[in-house]
Design a protein around this ligand. Sequence first.
Ligand code: COA
Length: 218
Amino acid sequence: MGIAGGGVGTAGKISIRPATASDADAVGHLLADAAGPLAAPIWGGGSIERTRERFSGMFARWGGSDHHYVACEDQRVVGVIAHMADRTDPWQSLRSSLATLRVYGVVGSMALSWRMRHMVSAEPAFVRNSYSVWNLAVEEEQRRRGIGSELLAHAHAGAREAGALTIGLEVLIGNTAAIRFYEQAGYKERRRRESAGLRAMTGAAGLIYMVRAVEDSD
Ligand SMILES: CC(C)(COP(=O)(O)OP(=O)(O)OC[C@H]1O[C@@H](n2cnc3c(N)ncnc32)[C@H](O)[C@@H]1OP(=O)(O)O)[C@@H](O)C(=O)NCCC(=O)NCCS
């Protein structure tokens, strides 16, 4: 499945298209699902509702929906994924920081940074020719219908078109459903980082970095 030109890929009644700011309301709760146990304590200051509002707000702001794609069924958003070649691109980082600043404000952004002090990354600092996937979630009632696999296949096509050699992603330790999902798609654990502080704050013990080779058939 190609994504050239930011086009539309379909499978059955599901279509995948680039996300826009107008998807923000639908996507807010999906992004909270993707953040799992980190969502409320870190992003919503303890409230899952506030997390969803803020994720929707960031998504609607300049740069918030960059590199995100939505899966739709009969025009309704049922899933989301983000993928891109170089997630450390400074322009992209600036755009997403500005979206965060617009939603949280200056004091709120400082409080968010404080709540993120125990965050760790299992991703190696520099991975040559790798492609990144993040923010994958499917509406709870629509899971186990192949939608997550379609979204992941969309990312794999992006990785192949970008000439990447590998695709990497991070998943929370303990998110067994997502880990099984990624394993059946060919991903293997490469590295894990634990954080006692993160566990105390959110219940999540840390992160796992998983990697899969890009294949000619992607
Ligand atoms: C992970 C997630 C995106 C999978 O989406 P999905 O649409 O249900 O996935 P699919 O239907 O394509 O599943 C494909 C295969 O993955 C595996 N899989 C998916 N969910 C699984 C689960 N809960 N337990 C075990 N295996 C699972 C199965 O092998 C499944 O094939 P099968 O249904 O024929 O057995 C979805 O569970 C989700 O949104 N979870 C909450 C958000 C999240 O954790 N995101 C990941 C952040 S890193």
